[in-house]
Design a protein around this ligand. Structure first.
Ligand SMILES: N[C@@H](CCC(=O)N[C@@H](CS)C(=O)NCC(=O)O)C(=O)O
Length: 269
């Protein structure tokens, strides 16, 4: 059934409208879930247009990202990807032998339900960078900007700390959290080994999930600089992997983070 509250009312058939947070200075999206869906759209070569949620619009689940496709809204990054695979017949991106499929599922859980908490914990500890050039600094002008910097940032950090408390990561010491982060990236690094992608020479959906979470970990500030140091010294293959995916699917990374333009042309025709 078509949604009645569409943001894009004059939609084009089989064109995806991705509603997500604005661009940031250090990374095209500071939301791993938004970055994951946008990377997937690029990998799957699906036509899409970004729609800025202006920090206000959210799905019926109360979150971003969400998409509008053929007059319907779909929310939750993983469910969105399932919908895209079905609608655009992209099951080749999931094509793994059963044993690899099982391992991919375990890595999905590591990324989305464990490693992500390192990033969320870091942001709960220090959200101020989000108000600088590396975050949304350049967008935060006037009264709205003042309110964002002085009130909303604090509220967001407080909400993240409450989430980390209920998830349990905050009961760990910083040293323990660091060790957990290292174990996760070491496991990914071992799985990747000398391969181009996690399961071979062709990119799969799981690589878009890994890229999004690792990019947040690598390109945005974490509670401890030792995380980046560990990645660079002990998981060099993983850093090359992040850079390889960025180079191939985000050739406009610098342009988009500099201009904050959400619809830069990324694909050479
Ligand atoms: N499971 C969701 C998580 C999405 C999510 O946590 N989005 C954040 C932005 S990074 C959000 O909208 N947070 C607002 C809130 O939860 O109130 C997904 O995969 O899309």
């Amino acid at each position: 059934m078509p949604s009645t509250n569409l943001i894009k009312r004059d939609w084009e058939k089989d064109h995806v409208y991705l509603v997500q947070v604005p661009r940031a200075g250090l990374i095209p999206s500071p939301s791993p879930y938004c970055l994951k869906v946008e990377t997937f759209l690029r990998v799957a070569d699906i036509p899409y247009t970004n729609v800025n949620n202006e920090f206000r619009k959210s799905s019926a689940r109360g979150q971003v990202p969400f998409i509008e496709l053929n007059g319907r809204q779909h929310a939750d990054s993983s469910l969105i990807i399932d919908t895209l695979i079905e609608n655009f017949h992209k099951s080749d991106l999931e094509n793994l032998v059963p044993a690899d499929k099982a391992v991919a599922r375990a890595f999905y859980t590591l990324l989305e339900h464990h490693l992500v908490w390192i990033v969320l914990y870091s942001r709960g500890q220090d959200f101020q960078w989000m108000a600088t050039e590396g975050g949304y600094g350049r967008l935060l002008t006037g009264l709205k900007g003042f309110a964002f910097k002085n009130v909303i940032m604090g509220q967001m950090a407080k909400k993240l700390r409450a989430k980390c408390q209920s998830q349990g990561i905050s009961t760990f010491t910083k040293e323990e959290i660091l060790e957990e982060a290292k174990k996760d990236v070491d496991a990914l690094s071992i799985q990747l080994a000398e391969k181009q992608y996690l399961f071979g020479d062709s990119i799969k959906t799981i690589d878009t999930v890994a890229f999004a979470h690792l990019a947040e970990l690598y390109y945005t500030p974490q509670f401890s600089p030792d995380i980046k140091h560990h990645l660079e010294t002990r998981c060099a293959n993983l850093v090359s992997y992040i850079q390889r995916i960025r180079k191939t699917y985000w050739p406009d990374w610098e342009e988009t983070t500099e201009t904050m333009n959400m619809n830069t042309v990324w694909k050479k025709v």
